[in-house]
Write a protein that binds this ligand. Structure first.
Ligand SMILES: [Zn+2]
Length: 211
């Protein structure tokens, strides 16, 4: 599983928006605004598992097995609810970082607790004559699904240049700007960039007609 993602050809995968370039930002982006309304893309545990699959944190086999184990349980429902609440607290921290503000100490405490209770594990993988390390997690109970989210949030806050993490100028989505120049302004050209360009063009045409 990877925690940062390469730029994708499409903004959507299996019903989820993947424009964040970072797992925790894609997680924030699971509540986009469409046609003026906030849309909850993680309404239940099944959706949560499908999101984990879409961002390559779980395989199809994992999803089938976890759905069978926990799908109908009250505990799984509580985890989804707790994750949505965490998402909104993390959103506040990401926005605060984007504005150059300090962390809320409670947010650091919460992340540290999650990191301690649901740690990511390291695996050694042979690669040619050498070896690489890979992060993975072992979901033994529904709460362990917090592991990659807490880890991704922690590395975003600690390791990523905050000037490269931005909210789209046009919508609620956040992204990590991995472009060479670092001048990305929109969640995606297809979703917001073109819409703005078309709006600007139409406005210019209107002005031109009036003159
Ligand atoms: Zn946007």
């Amino acid at each position: 599983m990877g925690l940062t993602k390469p730029v994708r050809a499409s903004d959507w995968k299996d019903g989820f928006l993947l424009v964040g370039n970072y797992v925790v930002l894609d997680f924030l982006n699971t509540c986009p605004v469409q046609a003026g309304k906030a849309v909850e893309l993680l309404p239940d545990f099944d959706a949560l598992l499908r999101w984990f699959k879409a961002v390559d944190l779980l395989s199809s086999g994992d999803v089938v097995s976890l759905r069978r184990q926990w799908g109908e349980s009250a505990r799984a429902r509580q985890v989804v609810e707790a994750m949505r609440e965490l998402r909104e607290r993390l959103r506040k921290e990401v926005v605060a970082r984007e504005h150059g503000s300090a962390f809320h100490p409670a947010a650091i405490d919460e992340l540290n607790q999650l990191l301690a209770e649901h740690p990511m594990l390291t695996r050694l993988k042979a690669s040619g004559t050498g070896a690489t390390t890979q992060l993975w997690f072992d979901p033994r109970r529904p709460e362990d699904l917090f592991a990659p989210l807490a880890h991704s949030a922690a590395t975003l806050f600690a390791d990523v240049d905050r000037s490269r993490v931005r909210k789209c100028r046009q919508c609620v989505l956040h992204f990590y700007d991995t472009s060479k120049k670092g001048t990305r302004r929109w969640c995606s050209m297809r979703l917001c960039g073109n819409r703005l360009k078309v709006a600007a063009y139409t406005a210019r045409q209107r002005v031109a007609h009036r003159e």
